[in-house]
Design a binder for this molecule. Structure first.
Ligand SMILES: [Zn+2]
Length: 411
């Protein structure tokens, strides 16, 4: 079996035909008909290769290639099969296909491994049909909660979660069941969804850490007043204060630099009228870093700065931090295995971090986990225009195959 660009693109197109949306791209939601068909397609492909397939209770699909020497040790790889609405051809499904093709290639070239090689097509990650995300990976590690989905209705057709799940042939996980102990490594490859690799002319990224995030909503309260008759000195203008806050916090963020990012993505001005001094401003802040301490130190700075400026301007302020997620480091040993494998294969790669969340962050606290990226053209994702060049797709599969070889075929 040859690893070629055509083989990869062909399989992406085949899997991508399940849920093809007439309005563009792929819309393949959890437990929909297209979702069931996509999982079935993958199951048949795996069986054609001689893999032993099974679904878990909730619909994660596994395909196992048995090892000869360590039957209780498994190297797992894969990603999620669901998509957002009007998704591209890479997010999620490239990770599943890469794991599958890498195993197919290794099987043809080297025969049975010492440890089990297993591919997983996870049920759900995106949260695009029900208000839940990471349903697939959270069920693998047993952190998914019935309460999180009980009575939740589908955004597309209003069907309750449990009904959709049972209609697709699945049910809740047996919570008394023990977690798998055989998984010795989990590897996930994903399109980057950013433009770092492209800007640096690299094909493959080896992820060292997934960023932590803190998100805030800030409310500034001044006084709405007549824009013509209120002299500048007598104003409590919430936009003026917001402007100073944004400038000072973002200037510091630029000063701190990579891998810190900070975004004031949303702003609501009240009353939002041309001839009224704005009495109220609502701001959101999204800030991320790979290091917990650095993240905390920056958000402490941001909070102090906001309070100080508001006080100077005699503007009321309330700050609400509603998301606080720690960074997730990837397993150092596996990161080294991947980097060394890329070196051996002569691949054009870079060590980096992930600015977005992935299934890997759910699995990492339980199993040694690492991630790879392939370059995304213009960093476009969650969009039918999402694109990774076939040559980069191929480099990604090569990196995965070489890494799986090291982990499953070597003592
Ligand atoms: Zn994804």
């Amino acid at each position: 079996m040859q690893l070629t660009e055509e083989v990869i693109v062909d399989m992406l197109n085949k899997l991508g035909s399940y849920g093809e949306d007439p309005s563009g791209g792929i819309s393949r939601f959890l437990y929909s008909e297209e979702w069931v068909q996509a999982q079935q397609f993958l199951k048949e492909e795996m069986e054609k290769e001689g893999l032993t397939t099974r679904y878990d209770e909730i619909g994660n699909l596994f395909g196992k290639f048995e090892g000869t020497k360590y039957p209780d040790e498994t190297i797992l790889s894969g990603s999620h099969v669901d998509t957002v609405r009007n998704a591209g051809h890479y997010d999620g499904q490239y990770g599943i296909i890469t794991a599958f093709l890498a195993i197919k290639y290794l099987k043809a070239k080297y025969g049975q491994p010492l440890r089990n090689l297993e591919v997983v097509s996870m049920a759900e990650e995106e949260g695009s049909r029900f208000p839940t995300a990471f349903w697939g990976s959270k069920n693998i590690v047993g952190t998914a909660k019935k309460e999180d989905v009980a009575g939740k209705l589908a955004f597309d057709n209003g069907i309750p979660f449990e009904e959709a799940m049972r209609k697709a042939g699945f049910d809740f996980r047996d919570e008394t069941k023990e977690l798998r102990k055989d998984i010795k490594a989990f590897l996930e490859i994903h399109n980057e969804q950013g433009n770092v690799l492209e800007k640096e002319g690299k094909s493959v990224g080896v992820v060292q850490s997934i960023v932590g995030q803190r998100r805030f909503t800030v409310e500034l309260t001044g006084q709405a007043n007549h824009a013509g008759t209120t002299p500048m000195g007598y104003r409590k203008d919430a936009v003026f204060t917001a402007g100073k806050i944004i400038t000072e916090v973002l200037t510091e963020a630029k000063q701190v630099g990579d891998p810190l990012v900070c975004t004031f993505g949303k702003m609501e001005v009240t009353p939002n009228v041309v001839n009224v001094v704005p009495g109220k401003v609502l701001l959101t802040i999204d800030t991320r870093h790979t290091d917990k301490e650095a993240l905390v130190s920056f958000t402490d700075f941001a909070e102090e700065t906001m309070k100080r400026i508001a006080k100077e301007d005699e503007i009321g302020i309330s700050i609400d931090m509603w998301m606080d997620e720690d960074p997730v480091p990837m397993d150092e040993n596996i990161v080294n295995v991947i980097a060394n494998s890329c070196d051996k294969e002569g691949l054009n790669y870079k060590l980096m971090y992930s600015g977005a969340g992935h299934d890997s962050q759910v699995l990492a606290p339980y199993y040694p986990t690492a991630m790879l990226f392939v370059s995304s053209v213009d960093g476009i994702s969650h969009n039918p225009d999402e694109y990774t060049k076939p040559e980069d797709l191929l480099e990604g599969v090569k990196a995965m195959a070489a890494s799986l070889y090291e982990l499953a075929y070597k003592e």
